[in-house]
Ligand binder design. Structure first.
Ligand SMILES: [Zn+2]
Length: 442
């Protein structure tokens, strides 16, 4: 009995030892494999390469360990080869104006939008860490909550939000005085805001007339405070008067184009002199003027990537300012562009709730590029507005271009968007942080 037990123990002991050896072997084997995989270079060859600024002569891009290793040059003999066959490789797109969540980031990435810049909404460190670990959703930067006076825009939408916590229990941290603005902004910065958002919206354009706007003193204090914390002061303003007020207060960026009146030389010059950039949000404006996104939602390249709820939402419109004139808007965009003002592409997509239709994460940024070209920008200028220019203006020095050492956020596109901008929707592959997106369909 004693012997049998000893034998059993010895057997169990050797089994455990064997198991340990086996486990270590397995770990070493798979470790070596995954190590190899991590270190193996991917070479995209025979591509037309738009590097974020221009179409370049090189046709090869090497990716390794999540970064762009080289542009042009020799292909390592052990590289995984992806033959683009003349397709166009562009940097992952940056949407410079969204309101987003994890689902929004997931949809965005399916359309090659690898970074979304959130313009009102809390993205605390805990949530950011989750995003940073996932290659199946777009990356995000955020303003935290924006400076809004009691009852001001955009809090009128909270009653319709699909987020029930927001709808029934959330009390917006309104700002009434310059002193409150300073404290509020310090708090946003402490909770991780990358830039500060300030709202000047009297409700004319959004179908809620007579909404309160912050006092001029509060606006000035908010800009000063943002700058004191080394953050950009970014403004929501949809009228010429609101835009003028923002520029005079020291705005670093206008997150919409004024849409109530044709531009004046005086206003264009004031914006140019200030150095602020403008995100025209033309797709949003078109929706506010009552033009729906049905053409986009019936496009198979969009249908294959969005669920029924978002497709339905996309086919609607906001229609709060049908008297608006898109010709004026296009003329303003060109005047801004000719004055040397940086134009950034942004969709302002948020939730699929009534009153905000005609927009969808990812898809609408492609619509925005089409509309920038319809306004009169060259396709290459529209592409810069969603790549190198937002990267430069937001200090995202690790993305927005195809160059050695930058994050390998890339889209391979069938066709040539430098000739036909709507080709950006013909997405063959998306890489996010060097990883090929498995499933870029719904
Ligand atoms: Zn917005």
């Amino acid at each position: 009995m004693k012997n049998t037990l000893k034998f059993r123990f010895r057997n169990i002991g050797s089994m455990l030892a064997l198991c340990a050896v086996f486990s270590i072997t397995v770990m070493l084997f798979f470790g070596a494999c995954s190590n190899n995989r991590a270190q193996q270079t991917t070479a995209i060859i025979n591509a037309k390469v738009f590097d974020g600024e221009n179409l370049i002569n090189d046709t090869t891009v090497l990716i390794k360990d999540g970064y762009i290793q080289a542009v042009g040059g020799a292909v390592p003999t052990d590289a995984i080869i992806i033959d683009a066959g003349g397709a166009t490789l562009i940097p992952g797109l940056i949407d410079a104006h969204v309101h987003t969540n994890i689902d929004g980031l997931r949809d965005a990435l399916k359309f090659g939008v690898t970074t979304e810049l959130a313009m009102n909404g809390s993205w605390p460190e805990r949530k950011r860490k989750k995003v940073a670990k996932r290659n199946d959703i777009a990356d995000v930067r955020a303003s935290g909550m924006g400076v809004v006076p009691p009852g001001g825009h955009p809090t009128q939408y909270m009653a319709n939000s699909s987020n029930l916590l927001l709808r029934y229990f959330y009390s917006y941290p309104f700002v009434s005085t310059p002193n409150e603005a300073e404290k509020f902004i310090a708090k946003q910065v402490a909770t991780g805001a990358d830039y500060i958002k300030i709202f000047i919206e009297d409700g004319t354009i959004v179908g809620h007339p007579n909404l309160p706007t912050p006092s001029n003193e509060t606006i000035h204090a908010a800009v000063l405070s943002a700058h004191k914390h080394n953050k950009m002061a970014l403004f929501h303003a949809t009228t010429a008067a609101g835009s003028k007020q923002a520029i005079e207060a020291g705005a670093d960026g206008l997150m919409h184009l004024f849409v109530d009146v044709p531009h004046t030389l005086e206003l264009i010059e004031a914006i140019a002199k200030s150095g602020a950039f403008v995100v025209p949000t033309l797709a949003l404006t078109s929706s506010a003027f009552g033009k729906n996104g049905a053409a986009l939602s019936s496009d198979e390249r969009v249908r294959s990537r969005l669920n029924a709820k978002w497709l339905d939402h996309l086919s609607g419109s906001i229609n709060t300012y049908p008297q608006g004139n898109l010709d004026y808007i296009f003329a303003s965009v060109i005047a801004l562009h000719q004055a040397g003002i940086d134009i950034l592409a942004g969709s302002d997509v948020s939730e699929p709730i009534p009153g905000l239709g005609g927009l969808a994460h990812g898809a609408t940024l492609h619509h925005e590029l089409q509309m920038l070209v319809a306004a009169g920008l060259e396709p290459v200028e529209a592409l810069r507005a969603a790549t190198s220019i937002p990267a430069r203006r937001f200090g995202l020095t690790d993305r927005g271009r195809i160059a050695p050492g930058l994050i390998a956020d890339l889209i391979l596109i069938d066709g040539n968007p430098l000739v036909n901008i709507s080709d950006t929707l013909s997405i063959r592959s998306v890489w996010h942080r060097g990883e090929l997106l498995n499933n870029n369909k719904k």
